[in-house]
Write a protein that binds this ligand. Structure first.
Ligand code: LRH
Ligand code: MN
Ligand code: MN
Length: 393
């Protein structure tokens, strides 16, 4: 690529080489809406096959070396053996997500439930998930709670916060080594009146109380419309409390569409904050995860596409001329500062990324290479006849 100066190219190469994007096991399985799950041929029937698909994405992108699990969707007897399976395939097991929303007992919540017996069951599951992390060697336990209420008066908002804090403390106390607790917030759904962790402020307040091992995770689809997500990123980074991202796209609510599809400019703005805080490095403690599903599009290419979209947004963020930006900001040159950002955003980084992939021994266009490989046809033939894994299986 000729119009990217050598220094900027070096910044992109160095920055992208540190970017690791974790993919979600559930994104490889069948999924849908409450109206219909459209089954696709060749989707994984087991967690082992979901890991195989994650490994395929890593093989074509070179940037997605880990896969996030959800428990119990991905429950197995032997997690050490599952981790070995991942290693054999060239990936590793990353974040463990603890589902405390799918049992009948959780009708009124899990860790915030009014009944202590239900709360105990939920906390037990969270602690079991830490045991699983010990087996898989995972660093992060990601907690998203479907807890909330549907009607004013249904339960005490404040008492529910107390119960949440108590549960989180117990889980925090169980963590060892480099293990962390990532607390994820979401505005609403499935609860429609109150949600017990609805926003970054609530998540931050709990993480602050919990101390160093607890950080907030930002799912880009979990905000009210027009929320300035990069502002939240900047604030949490400054406070040392950003644990990671669940990247996906939304047009309406928690749509879980491919990252970078709905608003690539927003993804760029978010990654600008990351780059400007030098938080791209794997040792920065920020987990870059996808959290999305593919209801109508083929799954493996959709995940590849999402990884590429995050890489493109990151490359553009790395292209920002920081010296020129700082000077424009210092001198109060509003339009000049804005232009510096837009120059980076408006650069077509695809040829540069293609060249970098070739330098790394990868195909320049991972999706085209995937289609050429015939892998999808092979999966359809091999995985025929079995029970396809629903996203809740
Ligand atoms: C909640 C959420 C959370 C879950 C995933 C399945 O909406 O984003 O991260 O683990 O979806
Ligand atoms: Mn999420
Ligand atoms: Mn979500």
């Amino acid at each position: 690529m000729t119009d990217v100066p050598a220094a900027a190219r070096t910044r992109v190469v160095e920055g992208l080489s540190g970017l690791r994007i974790e993919t979600p096991s559930w994104g490889y399985a069948n999924s849908g809406t409450r109206f219909k799950v459209f089954a696709q041929p060749g989707v994984p029937r087991t967690v082992h096959e979901k890991i195989d698909d994650a490994a395929t994405v890593h093989r074509f992108t070179g940037a997605a070396p880990s896969v996030a699990l959800h428990i119990p969707w991905d429950a197995v007897e032997d997690y050490g053996a599952l981790a070995d399976h991942a290693t054999e395939r060239g990936v590793r097991i990353g974040t463990v997500n603890a589902n405390v929303f799918q049992d009948d007992a959780y009708r009124l919540g899990s860790v915030c439930h009014p009944d202590p017996a239900v709360r105990r069951k939920a906390v037990r599951h969270l602690l079991d998930c830490v045991d699983i992390m010990d087996g898989t060697g995972s660093r992060d336990l990601k907690l998203w709670f479907a807890d909330g209420t549907n009607y004013p008066g249904q339960d005490s908002i404040r008492r529910r916060q107390d119960r949440l804090a108590e549960a989180l403390r117990e889980v925090r106390d169980r963590l060892g080594g480099n293990q962390r607790l990532l607390l994820e917030y979401k505005l609403f759904e499935p609860a429609f009146y109150t949600t017990d962790v609805p926003d970054w402020g609530t998540a931050f307040a709990h993480c602050l109380e919990l101390g160093d091992r607890a950080r907030v995770v930002i799912d880009t689809g979990h905000h009210a419309p027009h929320t300035n997500i990069e502002f939240i990123v900047a604030v949490l980074l400054r406070l040392g409390k950003l644990g990671g991202f669940d990247f996906n796209s939304r047009f309406y609510a928690d749509d879980d569409l491919m990252a970078g599809a709905a608003d690539p400019f927003q993804l760029f703005r978010v990654l600008c904050e990351i780059v400007q805080a030098d938080a791209l490095r794997p040792d920065s403690g920020i987990a870059f995860m996808l959290d999305q599903c593919h209801n109508v599009e083929p799954k493996i290419p959709a995940v590849i596409r999402s990884v590429m979209n995050v890489q493109e947004a990151t490359a553009k963020a790395l292209l920002v001329d920081t010296a020129a930006l700082a000077e424009a900001q210092r001198s109060g040159d509003v339009l000049g500062a804005h232009a510096v950002l837009m120059d980076a955003y408006d650069t077509d980084v695809r040829p540069l990324l293609a060249a970098l992939r070739e330098d790394a021994g990868l195909a320049p266009d991972p999706i085209a290479a995937y289609h050429r490989s015939g892998h999808a046809d092979r999966l359809s033939a091999e995985r025929a006849g079995g029970r396809q894994a629903g996203w809740g299986a």
